[in-house]
Design a protein around this ligand. Sequence first.
Ligand code: SAM
Ligand code: GLN
Length: 275
Amino acid sequence: MIDGETLVRSAAGLERRDAELLLAAAAGWTRTQWIARSRDAVPADVARRFTELVARRAAGEPVAYLLGTREFWSLEFEVTPAVLVPRPETELLVERALAQVTSANARVADLGTGSGAIAISIAHERPSWCVVATDVSGAALEVARRNGMRLVGGRVDWRPTAGGWFAPLAGERFDAIVSNPPYISADDAALGGDGLRHEPRGALTPGGDGFDALATLINVGPEHLVSGGWLLLEHGHAQGERTRAALVARGFTHVTSLRDLAGHERVSEARWPSP
Ligand code: SAM
Ligand code: GLN
């Protein structure tokens, strides 16, 4: 019989950590259990399940979909192909919202919540805040709702978006609006590439040149912000300048872009002026 270490090494082309995670998943072990058992013989059915998972990964399926989970903000989120796999760079949005909003009873909206990663992380850090989250995808909201129930005891107000980004927020104002909207241009070859081609297209691109959703969030955002409230947006690495220009043109102040760990402009934040 073959041992775990040999199996992991046989998964050519896969990152070692991913291969370990897939083997642990195939065996029903935690990663720690795997470390203790790496030299043990692996039962044939586990080895077969592992080989199947490796083949699916090699064909481009994100590891997070194969495992059904992804860590974000040190919390474990359920993910399915109905939601974008939460990215590490998106933690910057959470970080900035926590840094900029100081009120103890703040109201924050996460637009296009997907797995609920941003909204739930914020609710987890600030139990006294009121967090509202929306998505146009009912299937995504179901995943988000389950994550919210498990991670913050249901302390997020989930709202389906029927028409337009702000429809579920009619008549309401927030201390911060946070969003990682779809922002990839419709003709970007990356959409057909490894990983991305398995994610929901509507989570990745708003169509056209990729700026439509960002433009709507910037133009309509002020109708739903208190004075002194913050708009915090993730965007593509080449969209920083255009995003800042649109924020300034709309009348925002304190317009700033922040870089992700790869050094790319990834998040822009801006304040709706106090009277
Ligand atoms: N917030 C999650 C994250 O950061 O991992 C998911 C972000 S994903 C890039 C964009 C999300 O926006 C998708 O879940 C998509 O369904 C949603 N979306 C697209 N158009 C929308 C609209 N008009 N209103 C609300 N959500 C929308
Ligand atoms: N950051 C994702 C990617 O480029 C895109 C997510 C988005 O469009 N908001 O892989």
